[in-house]
Ligand binder design. Structure first.
Ligand SMILES: Cc1ncc(COP(=O)(O)O)c(C=O)c1O
Length: 363
């Protein structure tokens, strides 16, 4: 990156670090998105618990073969992928049962106890703030209590939901995120930045630096006595990078964070209003109460998973709208992410009417 890019990114990162409630020791970097942010945060966790993994490799690092990564049952696939990428093996991932679609802190506590008694080393817990399927938030404060009790690194995959930090009325959903050791945060999701604008934040910046300890004198110029080097390349997989910080810097200066908070609040309000419409309609069933701008539901009468999948396919093909689908508790469901703050109640009615019309044509 350029000298200007480096300085602007440092300002943007400081803004994100402050918004997260992290201390001055925190460091971070912009990355391509949530997947790389998860990997980077968990690389820092690996090095913190198993120092030397970076230089000697996991196979030759004492105890690293006993490492376990605990994740929310509904975590994004990129979190589990990190275990494979870090040389721990995807078998090193243990998924914690949900309670109402959220990580159950009691189950996490039990799992940590059992793993320790078995001689395994749980080195990190990855909680989710705004899960991909349902947009629900794990109880971060309670997860932080459990992590603190067991001395385990807490990572928060806030790719979708960390942006809720900027909204006064919605911030309670991420209470406890400030106690995390690392956070993945995608401004290219709920701050409406163009792709790509992902970020990783690490509470104690030393761990982030240790995650990629390398010498590259043609680029990294640590000056004697300098407490914090400006070389952004120390903290990221990437070398050449776009000046992604600029769009966030300009947007924050021009519109201010409150503007994005309003957009966020509007989409969440719309999602609550869609939920009310679904709950009131005899021919739809919402699968959960929404917390963010994601909602899953089914069209009734019950005609099996094939019907929901076919309904989604034909509705999208009709051109009337575009929705997604997922599987919740073994059942195929319809899923929407309401991203457009200009959507109104009329658009939501049209969505349901459009689904009804397409549904009538399916045998
Ligand atoms: C919770 C969560 N984590 C991580 C990711 C991956 O983010 P990206 O596509 O920016 O790599 C997503 C993407 O949808 C997500 O929802």
């Amino acid at each position: 990156m350029s000298p200007t890019g480096t300085v602007v990114e440092a300002q943007v990162m400081r803004w994100l670090v402050d918004a997260a409630g992290f201390p001055a020791t925190a460091e971070g970097t912009l990355v391509s998105g949530g997947s790389v942010a998860n990997l980077t945060g968990l690389l820092a966790a690996r090095e913190a618990r198993f120092p030397g993994s970076w230089t000697d490799g996991v196979a030759r690092t004492p105890d690293a073969e006993r490492a376990v990564l605990l994740v929310s049952g509904h975590s994004h696939y990129s979190v589990e992928r990190t275990a494979g990428l870090m040389g721990l093996g995807s078998e090193a991932v243990v998924s914690i049962p949900d309670r109402g679609g959220k990580m159950d802190p009691a189950a996490l506590d039990d799992a940590l106890g059992v793993l320790k008694r078995e001689g395994r080393i749980p080195f990190a817990v990855s909680a989710t703030a705004g899960s991909t399927a349902t947009g629900l938030f794990d109880p971060l404060d309670e997860v932080a209590d459990v992590c603190a009790r067991h001395g385990v690194w807490m990572h928060v995959d806030g790719a979708h939901g960390a942006s809720f930090l900027i909204s006064e009325p919605l911030r309670h959903l991420v209470r406890g995120i400030e106690r995390a050791d690392s956070i993945a945060w995608d401004p290219h999701k709920m701050m409406w930045m163009p792709m790509s604008t992902g970020a990783v934040l690490v509470r104690d910046g030393r761990h982030l630096n240790a995650a990629f300890r390398q010498k590259a004198p043609y680029l990294f110029h640590a000056r004697p006595g300098e407490e914090r080097s400006w070389d952004a390349g120390r903290m990221t997989l990437q070398c050449s990078r776009r000046f992604d910080a600029l769009k966030l810097w300009v947007s924050l200066r021009h519109y201010g964070a409150d503007h994005f908070a309003e957009l966020l609040e509007t989409t969440v309000r719309n999602t609550h209003s869609l939920h009310a419409k679904l709950a009131a309609a005899p021919d739809f069933e919402p699968m959960h109460a929404p917390e963010s701008n994601i909602l899953c539901f089914r069209h009734l009468p019950e005609r099996g998973d094939g019907f929901q999948a076919e309904l989604r396919r034909r509705y999208n093909e009709s051109g009337a709208g575009w929705i997604t689908t997922t599987v919740l508790d073994g059942r195929r469901v319809l899923r929407v992410t309401l991203m457009n703050p200009h959507s109104t109640g009329e658009h939501l009615d049209r969505l349901l009417d459009g689904l009804r019309e397409v549904g009538r044509g399916i045998e």
